[in-house]
Design a protein around this ligand. Structure first.
Ligand code: ADP
Length: 360
């Protein structure tokens, strides 16, 4: 059993910002949690503190109840894989993996067994005698992962491990890593700024902003029920309309919809796949600006009279032409005021499933 508990941890760099601000998180045994947030939100600093490469300014971190807050990295039961894998280029694959075991005085026969086992696990069986410089980027990253796993850490820490790889390889590797993680049932903390990566891999996502937690939830909940406008805008593609509510009617430009909240300003958020469009001759909300056919679905880009741009996912893009007037009907929506969720329609899951791919 391996449980990571982070309690009220902060990191203030000398002359620097509060990189992590009273952050708390429990990672359950065998769980994969993604730290997701924009650049500078404190993800790496937090992960490095768990790995022992930074010291917290305050707070407590435990693994299975043991205080690790001030232990040096080599004394922690953690294994960290970095974006730049930093393999030893003068050693072959086997020696890269055996190095840490030798330091721990593991007998040679057991080293051989463990290294070969973990190379099989990452799909590099038989690669032991290769020089790491002869491997592709993806293979090198697998060696880096294997080098961490061979030490049998209680907690695996991954810091944007696929960032330097191309899109196809990244998608393949994240599936492989998720498979391996689930097979080993290893408790994992994973840093990424890529929402696709977080949505596809995580048991739970922590959305971070300015060193703090904006939301912690399962991926589908983060996607369907973003608790703040920041999360709504950061995860997936989202349309945002700033307007005003008067007597239960939300108005932005010439668009209106019933919104049962008190009078005042509001931001209405609607996913592209939850927005129905209808071509009309009179009284349009906006005009078609662009139509893109992705094969599996289409995306209609609308321009509202005030310049706001709106995206809607459609099943039949050929029904829409640039310049046409359209009316919009949200099938699911969320409204925010002062950074807080004030209303959310009951959402039919079939309407709010993440799209195949939408380029924001
Ligand atoms: P992320 O991983 O989300 O991009 P980081 O954890 O790298 O964010 O950084 C969080 C904040 O801390 C940023 O403002 C960054 O500039 C700052 N920071 C990170 N490392 C250091 C450091 N060694 N010294 C001073 N400031 C730092």
């Amino acid at each position: 059993m391996s449980v990571l508990k982070i309690t009220d941890v902060s990191k203030i760099f000398p002359n620097g910002p509060k990189a992590v601000d009273r952050f708390s998180l429990d990672v359950a045994d065998g769980e994969l949690v993604c730290l997701l947030g924009p650049s500078g939100s404190g993800k790496s600093t937090l992960l490095r503190m768990v790995g022992g490469f930074e010291t917290p300014s305050s707070g407590l971190m435990t693994i299975d109840g043991e205080d690790i807050t001030r232990l040096p990295p080599e004394k922690r039961p953690t294994g960290m894989v970095f974006q730049s894998h930093a393999l030893w280029t003068h050693m072959n694959v086997f020696k890269n993996l055996a190095f840490g075991l030798k330091l721990r005085k593991v007998p040679a026969a057991e080293i051989k067994r463990r290294v070969e086992g973990v190379l099989d696990l990452v799909g590099l069986g038989g690669y032991g005698l290769r020089s790491v410089t002869q491997l592709s980027g993806g293979q090198q990253q697998r060696v880096a992962l294997a080098r961490s796993l061979v030490l049998e850490p209680k907690i695996l820490l991954l810091d944007e491990p696929f960032a330097s790889l191309d899109q196809h390889l990244r998608e393949r590797l994240r599936e492989e890593v998720r498979d391996i993680q689930q097979r080993l049932k290893i408790t994992t903390l994973f840093v990424t700024h890529g929402q696709d990566e977080a949505l596809s891999m995580a048991d739970r996502i922590v959305v971070m902003r300015d060193g703090r937690t904006e939301q912690i939830d399962r991926p589908d909940i983060v996607y369907r029920e973003p608790r703040t406008p920041f999360v709504a805008g950061f995860i997936g593609s989202m349309n945002s309309l700033d307007g005003t509510v008067t007597k239960g009617i939300f108005t932005a430009a010439n668009f209106t919809v019933g919104l049962p909240v008190s009078d005042g300003p509001a931001t209405l958020c609607v996913r592209p796949e939850a927005l129905d469009l209808k071509v009309v001759a009179d009284g349009p909300h906006g005009n078609v600006h662009r139509v893109t056919d992705y094969g599996t679905h289409g995306l209609v880009d609308l321009a509202l009279p005030d310049g706001t741009r709106i995206k809607a996912m459609v099943a039949h893009p050929d029904l829409f032409q640039v310049g046409q007037g359209v009316r919009m009907t949200p099938q699911a929506m969320a409204a925010y005021r002062d950074g807080m969720l004030i209303h959310r329609t009951a959402i039919d899951a079939s309407l709010s499933r993440p799209p195949e791919r939408i380029d924001a």
